[in-house]
Design a protein around this ligand. Structure first.
Ligand SMILES: Cc1ncc(COP(=O)(O)O)c(C=O)c1O
Length: 373
C-alpha cells in the first residue's frame, strides 16, 4: 500500500528531537521554530513528559470512557485553575477539528438552531459529514443536515451585526487566526461580539487551538480582551505532540448522558500527556518566558521587515515578506536548517516551543538578515 499523497513534504527525515532541536537521519541538526503546526509547547522530548508517559504506558494506556479515569479529573482541575476557568467543564476528544465539531454541536443543542457565523480566512478543521450520516435523532438534532455557515469580515462590527439574526446558534472565532496568516481580532471586536452574543442568546466559541495554551503569554489569546466565552476549544500544544483536543464548557451548559462522546478522547496516555504539559508550563514558568521573549522578538523582526508587516503576541508571530522574496522559508530550511511555517501568499509563521531560548532567537534573526540582504 502507498501513502495517500496529500502532503507537500520536505525531504528531511527526523530521527531525534530535544528542546527546540531536531536531528535527521544524516546527523544534521535543525532549529524547530514551527513545532509541527504549534504542537510542541514544552519542547521536544522533555524529560518530565517522557517519564510521565513512559510510566503510564507501563501501567495502562487505554480503556474506553465507560470506566472512571481519575487522571481526567485531575487534568480538568489543573487546567481549570491554570487557565482561569475553574468553574467550566471539560470534554476531551482527539483533535482540533473534533473539538470544534463538538463545540458547534453543543451550541445547536443549547439554542435549537444551526446557523453559525465565522470569519474570513478562518480555519477550524477539516471534518464534515460524519454527523450528517448518523441516524440517531438524540445525537444529531437539531442540525441533522449540517450547520449553515455565514462568513463575516474580521473586525467588521457592522457586517457582524447584520449577520447576527435570530437564527444564529453560534459565533466561532480564533483568538488569533493561525492558518489565515496570524491575523488578530481587535480586543474591542472580541468585546463587541461577546456582548452581542450575550444579548441575542447565541453561543460564542473561541477557537484557541493554535493560539491558546500559553502561546500568547496568557493562557488563552482572548483573555487579552477580558471576555469569557461560553465555549473554548483547544488541541495542538495541549499534549505536546500527543493527539488530544478539549472543549471548555460554561457551567450553564448542562450535560446529559450521551450528548457528546468519543472512543479515544481523554484516554490514560492523553490525560497524562496533558498533565505533564501543564506541570512543565507551571514549574518552568513558560508563559512568562513566552511573553518576555516573544515581545522582544516581535520588535526585532519589526526592525528587519518593517513594523507594519509583523503581527502576533508572545510566541505566535507572523510577518509578511516583500513580493520579491519568495524563497525565504525554503532558504531558511535548506541553507540555515531552521524550520518555520508559512501562510499564503508570502507570510512566515513562527510557532516555536514556549521554552525557546534567547540564543535560538538570535540564530533565526541572523539567518533572516542574510536572506533579506
Ligand atoms: C485554529 C485551528 N482550529 C482547528 C484546527 C484543526 O485542528 P486538527 O488539525 O487537530 O484537527 C487547526 C489546525 O491547524 C487550527 O489551526
Amino acid at each position: 500500500m502507498k501513502l495517500f499523497d496529500v502532503y507537500p513534504l520536505f525531504d528531511i527525515t527526523p530521527v531525534k528531537a530535544q528542546g527546540s532541536w531536531l536531528w535527521d537521519n544524516k546527523g544534521d541538526r535543525y532549529l524547530d521554530l514551527y513545532g509541527g503546526h504549534a504542537v510542541i509547547s514544552i519542547g521536544h522530548s522533555h524529560p518530565h513528559y517522557v517519564e510521565r508517559l513512559s510510566e503510564q504506558l507501563s501501567k495502562i494506556s487505554f480503556y474506553s470512557n465507560s470506566i472512571k479515569n481519575p487522571q481526567q479529573e485531575e487534568l480538568a482541575e489543573k487546567l481549570g485553575n491554570m487557565s482561569g476557568y475553574p468553574d467550566y467543564q471539560l470534554f476531551l476528544c482527539n483533535s482540533g477539528a473534533e473539538a470544534n465539531e463538538n463545540a458547534l454541536k453543543l451550541a445547536s443543542f443549547v439554542t435549537g438552531k444551526k446557523k453559525v457565523i465565522a470569519f474570513d480566512k478562518a480555519f477550524h478543521g477539516r471534518t464534515s459529514g460524519a454527523v450528517a450520516a448518523t441516524d440517531n435523532p438524540k445525537i444529531v438534532a437539531p442540525f441533522n443536515a449540517g450547520h449553515e455557515i455565514v462568513f463575516c469580515r474580521l473586525n467588521d462590527e457592522q457586517a457582524f451585526t447584520e449577520a447576527l439574526d435570530a437564527d444564529v446558534a453560534a459565533v466561532i472565532i480564533e483568538g488569533i487566526q493561525g492558518v489565515g496568516g496570524i491575523r488578530m481580532p481587535n480586543d474591542s471586536f472580541l468585546q463587541f461580539i461577546d456582548k452581542k452574543c450575550k444579548e441575542k442568546g447565541c453561543v460564542l466559541i473561541l477557537d484557541e487551538i493554535q493560539c491558546g495554551y500559553g502561546r500568547t503569554g496568557k493562557f488563552f489569546a482572548h483573555q487579552y480582551a477580558g471576555i469569557r466565552p461560553h465555549i473554548i476549544t483547544t488541541a495542538k500544544g495541549m499534549g505536546n505532540g500527543f493527539p488530544v483536543g478539549g472543549v471548555l464548557i460554561h457551567p450553564d451548559i448542562k450535560p446529559w448522558s450521551g450528548m457528546l462522546g468519543t472512543t479515544f478522547g481523554g484516554n490514560y496516555l492523553a490525560a497524562v500527556a496533558c498533565l505533564a504539559v501543564l506541570e512543565v508550563m507551571e514549574s518552568e514558568k513558560l508563559m512568562n518566558n513566552t511573553l518576555s521573549l516573544g515581545s522582544q522578538w516581535i520588535k526585532e523582526i519589526q526592525e528587519l521587515v518593517g513594523r507594519q508587516n509583523v503581527r502576533g503576541r508572545g510566541l505566535i508571530i507572523g510577518f509578511d515578506l516583500p513580493d520579491t522574496k519568495t524563497t525565504v522559508r525554503k532558504d531558511l530550511l535548506v541553507k540555515h536548517r531552521i524550520f518555520t511555517g508559512e501562510a499564503k501568499p508570502n507570510t512566515i509563521r513562527l510557532l516555536p516551543s514556549l521554552a525557546l531560548k534567547a540564543e535560538e532567537v538570535d540564530l533565526f534573526n541572523e539567518a533572516l538578515k542574510v536572506e533579506l540582504s
